[in-house]
Design a protein around this ligand. Structure first.
Ligand code: PNS
Length: 163
């Protein structure tokens, strides 16, 4: 049985992320969505909120059986070893994403030999980024066609109470 991990900050999960998880599931028997901390980013949603939102978004999607959601408590390579994953799967919207992802992929392979599989992002979501979703929400703009409904609600609530 092949297991892959789709890691990310998911602050919040977007329709682009969901597309990558769905396509990863066609390649691997089990996909574990790993909600991790990116030390370079200041998160809007709390870790437990991000996990809850990702779980709720996946529950709404009948294509996503054998996909589970877990917190990545430390290094991604340790998490992948613990869940028995043979690869990490990440989506790339373009060259800027590759420039950011390549050092992490090379470092993960350096650390434990963990391989990363890159999937080209679907063009429908090429403009969709969690950071832009948060910026639009902070300014009262529409985010409902960029993220699952449960994520839109969580972002609007967090912006209203924390921003
Ligand atoms: O969605 P993001 O922010 O692009 O995802 C980046 C993430 C969270 C996958 C990355 O920062 C990560 O793997 N964090 C866990 C800690 C870790 O393993 N850091 C070393 C990476 S080489």
């Amino acid at each position: 049985m092949s297991i892959a991990v789709c890691p990310g900050s998911f602050d919040p999960i977007t329709l682009g992320h969901l597309d990558v998880v769905r396509r990863a599931r066609r390649l691997f028997d089990v996909v574990v969505v790993g909600v991790a901390r990116n030390a370079a980013k200041n998160a809007l949603l709390l870790p437990e909120e991000r996990v809850e939102v990702v779980r709720a978004a996946l529950d709404d999607d009948p294509d996503l059986v054998d996909v589970r959601v877990e917190v990545v408590p430390g290094l991604l390579v340790d998490f992948c070893r613990d869940v028995g994953a043979v690869a990490v799967v990440k989506g790339l919207r373009g060259g800027a994403d590759f420039d950011g992802e390549q050092p992490m992929a090379l470092m993960n392979r350096h650390l434990t030999g963990l391989e990363t599989v890159f999937l080209p992002g679907d063009q429908r979501y090429a403009h969709v980024a969690s950071s832009l979703v948060k910026d639009i929400a902070r300014h009262g703009g529409p985010i409902d066609d960029l993220v699952p409904p449960v994520a839109a609600e969580a972002v609007r609530a967090a912006v209203a109470h924390r921003a």
